[in-house]
Design a binder for this molecule. Structure first.
Ligand code: NAP
Length: 457
């Protein structure tokens, strides 16, 4: 007798949705006549990082939502939003409803940086700022822009560092064409930044950002990009990095173009500094007044060593964009060093390295917070291949009827949202954008209660 394979996916960002897509399109092993997938998320809305990580002035990347929507409209896939894994539902409970559970929970907080001064007023983590400007319901609605903060430091030269620098250097009015909510627009009007200094601890050939994102910095008429010359003496490791990857060569070319360019006199400047390792955030009366860096030099391998020379930069705010880190998941093992669910390429494994039956990982919680959105597709393909190979040996869910999940959530008074609910909220946000004094494609609703109420109406 055959049955449907029941899979629960925790996390409705691109990693989770791609996994669902691949599952529903795959050939199933003998013994299964279909697959049904439920995707759960603690946000009331689907699309995770695309809605709450991609910067609002990147509509091209947000277009990925169109493809994810097509996947989610498959009738074999259901969405349960506003359900917090570990609080509203635990792994043992999910295992009652599903033959297999896939974790695609991503990485939502900042990697820690161990330097003095982190607690000063004006010291911020990138993740919080991104959540704020992207209108995430769980962060404060006010951003504490200091009226005197005209010079700002951004630590880290990945794409998040560039996003932060660009949003800080643009005027609020430039962002009025985007989906930013009113409170973010009002907040950004208080941003006094004129000079945004981005610091790399290594050289130009070691940056993590990508050429298109770097070029885009100069598209704003209010921004001059000023690349400072220190660090452009390439060592053998840097030459090797440039030869090995076309995109790295392109990035270095773009940096050299900026280096050679005279500033146009635009009112805001993004400075990029190489070979400056942040060692302390300097404070006075509890507020940031500067950043101390140690000058570094390339050591021949593409890594750097400290020179013992220190520089103080008068800045009034510091944003750390040194990478994300995943939250541990209740009831599951966690690899603290890598910040991932320990896994063998798909199966989650216990501390002895043995696979935990029916439990899988995909996306950033599987391989760490690196790679562009498209990379999560190949990741999901690997995980789902393993899951399907295991399927004949997986214990069948004890409560296999789909309504069991709704009953469980209702029984706990969890105000979950559904795909139909998202469609209502989506239409509402589009209407808000159309009717705005500055008409645009969408304007986001921010408050969780409001999102849930509109979705469940
Ligand atoms: P990332 O690409 O890993 O960059 C982190 C940066 O922080 C690196 O420059 C790293 O330098 C630096 N760093 C790490 N530890 C440091 C320390 N202790 N002191 C000083 N600097 C330190 O991380 P991300 O920017 O968070 O991006 C995450 C992923 O999302 C990436 O794959 C990115 O491309 C993607 N993303 C893409 C977009 C887009 O628009 N396409 C936008 C946002 C994010 P080292 O190299 O020296 O370690």
């Amino acid at each position: 007798m055959s049955r449907k394979l029941r899979v629960g996916i925790v996390g409705a960002g691109p990693a989770g949705v791609y996994a669902a897509d691949i599952l529903t399109k795959s050939d199933l092993p003998d013994g299964f006549d279909g697959v049904v997938v439920d995707i759960l998320d603690r946000d009331p809305t689907p699309f995770g990082l695309i809605r709450y990580g991609v910067a609002p002035d990147h509509p091209r990347i947000k277009e990925i939502i169109k493809a994810l929507k097509r996947v989610m409209s498959n009738e074999d896939i259901r969405f349960f939003g506003n359900v917090n894994f570990g609080v509203d539902v635990k792994l043992t409970e999910l295992q009652q409803f599903y033959d297999a559970v896939v974790f695609a929970t991503g990485a939502r907080r900042d990697r820690s940086l161990n330097i003095p001064g982190l607690d000063l007023d004006g010291s911020y983590g990138a993740a919080d700022f991104v959540y704020w400007y992207d209108g995430h319901p769980d962060v404060s609605r006010e951003w504490d822009f200091q009226p005197h903060a005209e010079s700002i430091a951004v630590l880290g030269v990945g794409n998040v560092g560039l996003d932060i620098a660009r949003i800080l250097a643009k005027t609020a009015d430039e962002l009025l064409v985007t989906e930013i909510p009113d409170n973010v627009y009002e907040g950004l009007k208080k941003n006094a930044a004129k000079d945004v200094h981005v610091f790399a601890r290594r050289g130009p050939a070691q940056v993590k950002f990508t050429p298109m994102e770097l070029r885009e910095l100069s598209h704003s008429p209010t921004i001059d990009v000023i690349v400072h010359p220190e660090g452009f003496e390439f060592d053998e490791g840097s030459m090797e990095a440039i030869r090995a990857a076309k995109s790295q060569k392109l990035v270095v070319d773009v940096l050299q173009n900026y280096l050679a360019k005279e500033p146009s006199g635009a009112p805001h400047r993004i400075h990029i500094h190489f070979c400056q390792n942040p060692v302390e955030i300097l404070g006075e009366d509890g507020k940031v007044v500067g950043l101390r860096t140690e000058v570094t030099e390339l050591d021949g391998t593409g890594n750097v060593r400290g020179t013992g020379e220190f520089k103080d930069w008068p800045v009034q705010a510091v944003y750390r964009a040194i990478g994300y880190y995943s939250d541990p998941l209740p009831g599951l093992p966690f690899d603290e060093a890598a910040g991932v669910l320990p896994n063998d390429g798909g199966h989650v494994v216990d501390i002895d390295g043995a696979a935990i039956p029916g439990v899988y990982a995909t996306g950033w919680i599987k391989r760490g917070p690196v790679g562009l959105i498209g990379h999560t597709k190949s990741d999901a393909a690997e995980t789902i291949r393993m899951l399907l190979e295991d399927a004949p040996t997986l214990a069948a869910a004890e409560q296999a009827e789909p309504e069991a999940v709704d009953r469980y959530l209702d029984g706990r008074s969890i105000e979950f949202t559904t795909w139909e609910g998202w469609e209502k909220l989506d239409a509402h946000e589009v209407a808000l954008g159309e009717s705005d004094a500055h008409p645009r494609e969408r304007k986001k609703v921010v408050e969780r209660d409001e999102m849930v109420a509109i979705s469940r109406a």
